[in-house]
Design a protein around this ligand. Structure first.
Ligand code: SAH
Length: 249
């Protein structure tokens, strides 16, 4: 597992952070001392307040965003930006999505569910951050990544969190993951030209799919509801995701 510098000492450089460890400059190189979790928790709570201010209201989503330590999923040089509403590079030309987009999409995916939702498939594990958030709001999560380097990175990032309901898969998510179907929710972190039929097939009746798709010269969020009377699609706001690609690498 990669070594990471302790989080709050770096975070002190953020303009709105409280000064901490003023008398312990070596803290950046030390193992995380006791009580530090509370510091990053305070920064996450500020992020959660901002998300709520942007309109996210699902209590389980807000609590998951306040629980998962996003700073553990980004490179050490970017740690002080971990709780800003910005996407960040995670290697191999890919990015971790903004917290605002992660929470918005998961709220849409849950579609007002009370308590945890059922089984979820995520396409595009990336660094594993969104998968960890999903594991707090769903009973079972399957997350698939086509780049071996990122699949391995996510495994390393997630190992210490011990999330028994999260299953990481290496493969082409365009064909979904039939073994886990049917899914109450399918969420994609990569935007395709069109919606893969396999995803619609693997969605449960009453299930919902949320994915970026190419739309009107850009990209927009697509929501698909599978109902007894057919499939309903709606196009929502414009987004900016990395492309959905086929095959593995
Ligand atoms: N949810 C991720 C976001 C990663 S960016 C996070 O929290 O970090 C989107 C990811 O989708 C990239 O890692 C990219 O490699 C992956 N991806 C693109 N096409 C894919 C496909 N067909 N199957 C699986 N993963 C795919």
């Amino acid at each position: 597992m990669r070594e990471r510098p302790s989080f709050p000492a770096r975070l002190d450089t953020a303009p709105d952070a409280q000064p901490r460890f003023k008398s312990q400059p070596a803290a950046a190189l030390m193992p995380v001392p006791q009580g530090v979790g509370m510091d990053s928790m305070a920064v996450r709570q500020r992020m959660v307040q901002k998300l709520a201010g942007q309109g996210v209201s699902d209590p389980l989503v807000l609590s998951a965003m306040g629980t998962v330590e996003r700073h553990r999923f980004v490179d050490s040089a970017l740690v002080n930006q971990a709780y800003e509403d910005t996407s960040l590079p995670i290697g191999l030309g890919q990015t971790i999505s903004k917290p605002g987009v992660v929470s918005r999409m998961i709220e849409l995916l849950r579609n007002g569910a009370q308590g945890r939702m059922g089984r979820v498939l995520e396409i595009g594990t990336g660094c594993g951050y969104q998968a960890a958030v999903l594991s707090c709001v769903a009973n079972e999560v399957y997350s698939i990544e086509r780049l071996k380097g990122l699949h391995d990175k996510a495994r390393d990032n997630l190992r210490p969190l011990r999330l028994p309901n999260l299953h990481l898969l290496f493969g082409d998510g365009m064909i979904g993951y039939a073994q886990g179907a049917p899914y109450a929710g399918i969420i994609s972190a990569a935007g395709g030209e069109s919606l893969p039929q396999a995803w619609v097939d693997q969605l449960a009746l009453g299930g919902r799919l949320v994915a970026p798709v190419v739309h009107a010269g850009g990209q927009a969020l697509l929501v698909v509801d599978k109902t007894a009377t057919g499939v309903q699609q709606s196009i929502l706001e414009q987004v900016n995701f990395v492309p959905l690609k086929s095959g593995v690498a």
